[in-house]
Write a protein that binds this ligand. Structure first.
Ligand code: ITT
Length: 193
């Protein structure tokens, strides 16, 4: 039987990855717009966990089914994990991802390019404490975008596990190693218990 989960996101790239990974395991992933709900969460948390909880709480007021929320970002070692929590806001403050790619490349001139993506999923079920599932994937920041697959920073993220940019990786390749896939793997173990 298909088990419903409501994903508190407005990001279509994330939604697709949750559906691709969890549908074969028997989960039906809904998003707020499927239910005609509009949510705009102010991400005032100081950590990925705090923000994922804020997003999950915003939606759990509406429904009885389990809610999940994802807070994630690109963390660059030489920039003290910037843009990190601010990954989405930084790109939109510059007018979009192409400008963010250029700006990051400038900031990284002469510096080490080691980075990782981080994903924290918050699971909120009625009358239960929130639970968190996290995942990381290692890589390096490319000086130019490569490929156009995925979303967000994928074209400038060279995955050391895949030996190619996420922008050049197929959906299946990214889902085999990504921060989100690793967090979802932990979540799905919990959901099967
Ligand atoms: P929701 O809050 O509605 O889920 P969002 O995009 O604002 O959508 P976040 O606040 O968690 O979500 O910011 C995540 C940002 O980090 C995302 O918009 C990208 O810029 C970046 N990011 C996270 N995971 C990524 C991935 O798999 N590939 C590329 N960029 C990613």
């Amino acid at each position: 039987m298909n088990k419903p989960l409501l994903l508190s996101t407005n990001n279509k790239g994330k939604l697709k990855e949750y559906r691709d990974i969890l549908a074969p395991k028997g989960y039906l992933i809904y998003c707020p717009s499927d239910l005609g709900i509009e949510i705009e969460v102010e991400e005032t948390g100081k950590t990925f966990r705090e923000n994922s909880l804020l997003k999950a709480q915003a939606l759990s007021e509406y429904v009885n089914i389990p809610v999940i929320a994802d807070d994630s970002g690109l963390c660059i070692d030489a920039l003290d994990d910037f843009p990190g929590l601010y990954s989405a806001r930084y790109a939109s403050s510059l007018g979009g991802y192409p400008s963010a790619y250029e700006d990051l490349n400038k900031k990284l001139q002469g510096k080490d390019r080691k980075a990782h993506f981080h994903c924290c999923i918050c699971l909120l079920e009625k009358d239960k404490k929130p639970l968190y599932f996290e995942g990381d994937c290692p890589g390096e920041i490319l000086s130019e975008p490569k490929g156009s697959n995925g979303f967000g920073y994928d074209p400038i993220f060279f995955s050391t596990e895949l030996n190619k940019a996420f922008g050049e990786a197929s959906e299946q390749e990214k889902d085999a190693v990504s921060h989100r896939a690793k967090a979802i793997a932990k979540l799905s173990i919990y959901l099967c218990l």
